[in-house]
Design a binder for this molecule. Sequence first.
Ligand code: GLN
Length: 192
Amino acid sequence: MKIGVLALQGDFAEHITMLKRLGAQTDEVRLPEQLKGLDGLILPGGESTTIGKLATDFGLMEPLREFGKSHAIWGTCAGAIFLSKDVSRHQPLLGLMDITVARNAFGRQVDSFEADLDIAELKQATDTTHPYHAVFIRAPIIESVSGGARILSSLADGRIVAAQEGHLLATSFHPELTADTRFHEYFLSLAS
Ligand code: GLN
């Protein structure tokens, strides 16, 4: 199993460390030809406008869209924004997932917070029962899911923070910044 991590900007190194802990082969992706031979790809957190701009400059937009038609892709935070169809503002998006997203949805005062989530699929896939402790940093909210996309997890107030559409996964939080490897394990199961 070989998983690429888009390494244009953001916390790609943390994803690579996590994947290595799980015994997966990994590679940093900056150019279209580096997508060859990968079983899946992670789009890290960072700044989605910067990631989109660099992906455009590096000629990656169409190759990434093509890759996502038949391979697993997981976007965390800014990566989830980049995967989405609509963010109600002008910036380059892959538009692969049938989700709309609101950036920086938790406002400035509450830039960061943590919350325990109950995610049935995650527990089932990893044969565990304890909640998932999620870290949110200037996080987006998934405003709506449509088409083949479905909600994986919401906060207690109903705001959506994780969604899945077949082999595509979006989380508004950062599993790569915790010690809990279950989300990466879950993604590896989607990529296999
Ligand atoms: N606020 C960033 C954006 O809108 C996302 C933050 C993050 O990835 N932690 O792109």
